[in-house]
Design a binder for this molecule. Structure first.
Ligand SMILES: NC(=O)c1ccc[n+]([C@@H]2O[C@H](COP(=O)([O-])OP(=O)(O)OC[C@H]3O[C@@H](n4cnc5c(N)ncnc54)[C@H](O)[C@@H]3O)[C@@H](O)[C@H]2O)c1
Length: 293
């Protein structure tokens, strides 16, 4: 078996933080990497370097710069995955992928294209940070969370995970033995100024993870959350009072340091051992014990 014959990992949020560290570590561990991220053109030199680092391990790697929360983008990425796996572009026969009424037909075409690649995705990680960090209540309407911001945050950071799993199951890229992971935080059960929408998204993500685990258990697909301790990433630095959160975490953490993206990546690699097949519907805390105090 060549070093990179372990199959593919799909990372949503692959360009930074946990997603980037997991992409590198899983590639080093012998997996090939599909990644989706959403970044401005200015970030692309850094992301291209990351892609090259992944490729230097001998892994195959393909990234898409697309908003994962849009239905047509999901279909386009799955078509791109099919093209990489089969070597042939998918012919949708002019179907407008943005039209909700065409989704069933598009998924049938994708399913046919992928009929020889069931279970090609050994794991999917949902590691997307994009949400509103405004208080729920303010006398200034512009400063308080709007309905649009609340719904966008829940959609991108929680609900999108369900829609990706639905479609990947439909086309059988996720099959018996595949694993799905999402990223939660202690913030799912805490209140912190400005963190309301993200906190709600984390609580929803944990509920979605449990529910998917219940429904996919009979198919042999495992679904779990990683709960990372406070980790110094671009998304974390945007949380109001990030410095206070970090110093509090440092004070509380028995390991006397913050969590790193590599801590999650190492755990992910360990859980990809095919002998690990009985952890399901739970939250795996990777925080050095930060949440014990
Ligand atoms: N940093 C922490 O302390 C911490 C702790 C626990 C959980 N988490 C969670 O981990 C996940 C990843 O966060 P991070 O800290 O690695 O952040 P990050 O900012 O380093 O990375 C976020 C990634 O999400 C991608 N992204 C954002 N919106 C997107 C969209 N609409 N479509 C496609 N890609 C999109 C970005 O391109 C980037 O790759 C988040 O769900 C976050 O809430 C973070």
């Amino acid at each position: 078996m060549s070093h990179h014959d372990k199959g593919w990992i799909l990372i949503l949020g692959s360009s930074s933080g946990f997603g980037a560290a997991c992409s590198k570590a899983l590639a080093e561990a012998g997996f090939n990497i599909f990644g989706v991220h959403l970044d401005r053109a200015g970030a692309m030199p850094r992301i291209n370097e990351l892609i090259q680092e992944i490729a230097a391990t001998g892994a195959q790697v393909k990234f898409w710069n697309k908003n994962i929360a849009r239905d047509e983008n999901r279909l386009e990425v799955i078509a791109g995955i099919a093209e990489v796996l089969t070597g042939k572009p998918v012919d949708f026969g002019g179907l407008n992928l943005a039209d909700e009424n065409n989704r069933d037909a598009a998924l049938t075409i994708l399913s046919d294209a992928l009929k020889d690649h069931h279970g090609a995705i050994k794991a999917m990680l949902h590691s997307v940070a994009f949400g509103s960090l405004q208080p729920f209540v303010s006398d200034n309407l512009k400063e308080q969370t709007s309905r649009k911001q609340m719904e966008m945050t829940l959609d991108v950071m929680a609900n999108s995970m369900v829609y990706w799993v639905q479609d990947l199951c439909r086309v059988r890229l996720l099959e018996r033995g595949s694993k799905v992971f999402s990223m939660t935080s202690a913030g799912s059960r805490r209140a912190w100024y400005g963190y309301g929408p993200v906190s709600a998204a984390k609580a929803a993500l944990e509920a979605h993870t449990r529910q998917l685990a219940r429904e996919l258990g009979p198919r042999g697909i495992l679904v779990n959350c990683f709960e990372a301790g406070v980790t110094d990433t671009p998304a974390m630095r945007l949380i109001p009072g990030a410095d206070v959160i970090k110093s509090e975490a440092l004070r509380r953490n028995p390991g006397e340091r913050l969590t790193t993206p590599e801590d999650i990546a190492a755990t992910f690699v360990a859980l990809m051992d095919p002998r690990v097949k009985w952890i399901n519907g739970t939250t795996v805390r990777v925080d050095g014990g930060e949440d014990t105090l």
